[in-house]
Design a protein around this ligand. Structure first.
Ligand code: UDP
Length: 229
């Protein structure tokens, strides 16, 4: 299970940068062509984040639905560039929209993976007050992924403290869920973290900037930081 935040798709800006999406798709295609079964949860922060819109006066639940719809646009862009790489792809959304995607059907998603298709999950959980981080953990558990790979923009793993604030912070090769919690290392949001911890699902946090890093992580290379029980 690969979690790509919306930030990745926007190349740091609002909206979508097709060149960036193409690059990400090429890396995913390389791993898919090597036989890796790949599911992806896509964020939407490059369009809307419900909590931010709420601060500017919008109703939280409506804003969250806007956030979820944003993730679907990212899914379609990624699907498009994966198909240009000749990778069979299916998008499944948690909010039904038959013209653009399949509904989320876990068994069907598993079947797609077995057939070598890349499955992209959009619209989060279909519920306000959730995040796509949490959805990546939930979907990974439900369709039995081996690991959740968290691609980060601008940081290459988990550090002993926030490296932007504390210059003495050092990168960890591995950390337990318990340690990460005790030291308040914010890797993903708390709900995602507790799902992984409670169900013994390992996570690898890595920086997507290095050449081929997404392919390497998907192929099981030990880059970034492993977070496990
Ligand atoms: N969202 C939601 N429920 C979900 C997933 C997402 O309400 O199950 C909304 C929420 O407003 C969130 C936005 O969609 O801020 C975009 O998702 P997220 O912030 O997780 O994207 P990322 O930070 O990964 O780009």
């Amino acid at each position: 299970m690969l979690k790509l935040s919306g930030e990745v798709f926007g190349g740091g800006k609002i909206g979508l940068d097709p060149d960036v999406v193409r690059g990400v798709a090429e890396q995913i295609a390389a791993a898919a062509n090597n036989g890796v079964q790949i599911a992806i949860v896509v964020g939407g922060g490059n369009f809307f984040r419900g909590a931010e819109l709420q601060q500017r006066g919008m109703d939280r639940t409506r804003a969250d639905y806007m956030g979820m719809l944003g993730t679907v646009m990212n899914c379609l862009a990624l699907q498009d560039f994966l198909e240009k790489e000749d990778i069979d792809t299916r998008v499944q959304t948690a909010i039904t929209m038959g013209q653009v995607a399949e509904p989320y059907i876990p068994r069907r998603a598993m079947r797609h993976l077995e057939k070598g298709r890349v499955v992209i999950f959009g619209a989060g959980a279909g519920m306000p007050f959730f995040s796509t981080d949490t959805v990546s953990a939930q979907r990974a558990l439900e369709i039995r992924c081996d690991i959740v790979l968290i691609a980060k923009n601008g940081v290459d793993g988990v550090y002993t403290a926030d490296p932007k604030v504390d210059p003495t912070a050092t990168k960890l090769d591995a950390v337990t869920f318990a340690d990460a919690l005790a030291k308040n290392l914010r890797i993903v949001d708390a709900a995602a973290f507790s799902l992984c911890m409670d169900n013994d699902l390992p996570m690898r946090v890595f920086g997507m900037q290095g050449p081929g890093n997404i392919t390497r992580a998907l192929q099981g290379e030990k880059i970034g930081t492993l977070v496990s029980a």
